[in-house]
Design a protein around this ligand. Structure first.
Ligand code: EPU
Length: 417
């Protein structure tokens, strides 16, 4: 199993460039199932999860060619298959995103049921209820979900929670449904907006983008198009924290601060400022960090995907900080690992209490999921001595060439295969 070996405590300096958003890329690639033709997608991050989605789309019949780094051409000539097998869904839950577009373009889909994962049970009942509202017949059995319809018909869908991939799956099902669909309590994450903007470029009629009530006027035909994916806000947030932890000398290029408003506000409470100076984000750090309280929430609230990384800063800030996680029920696996590096975090249910003012010291730790792993890299870069991170496959699902990019800033980090 590959590991990262980090010798921490160095001041880092330089510019780090943000790649395309993983969680926008995955539904956008799946949307190529909706219409025949040739698509050119740019700013595609080179990540394991993106590769898994591409392999699934190839399995369904699409041709995918890498034209240059971050540029892919997808040709949809004929969908040969409407089944997403267990081998591909089990390695990435977001594979479930092919269900909506397959249902819209082929009127049927059979997708392996995604299981729970390290951060929570993560059911797909809101996706399935929504498909039923649109007129699909759903059956679950033998570890698969099957959906079939004679014709999808627009409907009003009330989501019990603004699920991100659920909203995306339902929008992709609804764009070719007969009549009008309304999705109430829709997720407002910028990645959902990016998918809707692509779909409109393909000929869909979606309004209310970036709001919590999406209106979709069904159309008969969609067409292929070219599209550039938005930058990854979670990568940007992770590297803003990196800069704050390593002396403030790291500038972040190609990021969108307007996607990170609640995050930047919380940093400000800690004493850290992040401002856009001529297109690059500059980070200023105070002499002493302040302890704060954070509650995760659906966008535009504080992102669950940044709470693990923030806890590293909280461990250094003097005083007691609290993180309440309301999106996922089991997303504090990093607390135990950060404690191995000298943090003092106690977890009770959905609340983590961080006693700050700690000095981190290197140790062997394990990445339990993508963002927990990112937090450990940040902690390792701050800690004295050597930190060894195991199970880094999780980290490489969401951060392209992390080692190379950090080395470019002067970090002492190596990957041991
Ligand atoms: N939920 C249900 N039923 C459903 C759908 C969701 O109960 O049918 C619950 C979930 O169990 C969870 C909550 O609703 O408690 C929110 O889940 P959501 O569906 O919004 O999450 P997701 O769509 O599975 C996406 C991102 C995650 C990110 C979350 C929250 C993708 C591919 N994944 O997951 O990204 O944490 O939204 O913002 O877009 C990551 O990148 O590290 C990551 C985990």
């Amino acid at each position: 199993m590959a590991k990262y070996i980090i010798k921490g405590g160095k001041k880092l300096k330089g510019i780090i460039e943000i790649k395309g958003a993983k969680n926008a890329t995955l539904p956008i690639l799946a949307a190529a199932l909706l219409a025949e033709g040739v698509y050119n997608f740019s700013n595609v991050p080179e990540l394991k999860d993106v590769e898994v989605m591409m392999n699934l789309l190839r399995h369904l019949g699409l041709k995918i060619e890498k034209k240059e780094p971050h540029k892919y051409q997808i040709t949809n000539k004929e969908i040969k298959n409407t089944e997403a097998p267990h081998e591909l869904v089990k390695v990435m839950r977001a594979s479930f995103l092919v269900m909506g577009p397959l249902l819209a373009s082929r009127k049927k889909a059979r997708v392996s049921l995604p299981g729970g994962c390290a951060i929570g049970a993560r059911p797909v009942n809101f996706h399935l209820n929504g498909f039923e509202n649109l007129g699909a017949k759903i059956t679950v059995g033998h570890g698969f979900v099957s959906a079939e319809t004679k014709e999808l018909i627009g409907a009003e869908i009330n989501l019990p929670f603004p699920t991100v991939t659920g909203t995306e799956n339902l929008v992709m099902a609804a764009v070719k449904a007969k009549g009008k669909t309304i999705i109430n309590n829709a997720a407002r994450e910028p990645e959902v907006g990016d998918l809707c903007n692509l779909l409109n470029k393909m000929g869909a009629k979606i309004t209310g983008i970036d709001a919590d009530r999406l209106k979709i006027e069904g159309v008969k035909e969609l067409h292929a198009c070219d599209y550039k994916i938005i930058p990854d806000r979670i990568e940007a947030g992770t590297f803003i924290i990196l800069s704050a932890l390593t002396g403030g000398g790291v500038e972040i290029k190609n990021a969108r601060l307007d996607y990170l408003i609640s995050f930047v506000k919380k940093l400000k409470e800690m004493g850290i400022t992040a401002v856009d100076v001529g297109g690059n984000i500059n980070v200023k750090i105070p002499e002493k960090l302040k302890a704060i309280n954070v509650m995760t929430a659906p966008y535009p609230g504080f992102p669950t995907d940044l709470q693990a990384q923030l806890m590293v800063l909280m461990s250094l800030a003097r005083g007691e900080s609290v993180v309440e996680e309301i999106i996922f029920e089991n997303r504090f696996m990093h607390a135990r690992e950060l404690n191995r590096l000298g943090a003092n975090i106690s977890v009770s249910g959905r609340k983590a209490t961080i006693q700050g003012g700690r000095k981190l010291i290197g140790a062997q730790v394990t990445a339990t999921d993508l963002r927990a792993g990112a937090a450990l890299v940040l902690a390792g870069l701050t800690a004295k001595n050597t930190t060894i991170i195991n199970e880094i496959e999780h980290i490489e699902r969401g951060y392209e060439d992390l080692v190379g990019r950090l080395q470019g800033l002067g970090a002492d980090i190596k990957k041991q295969p």
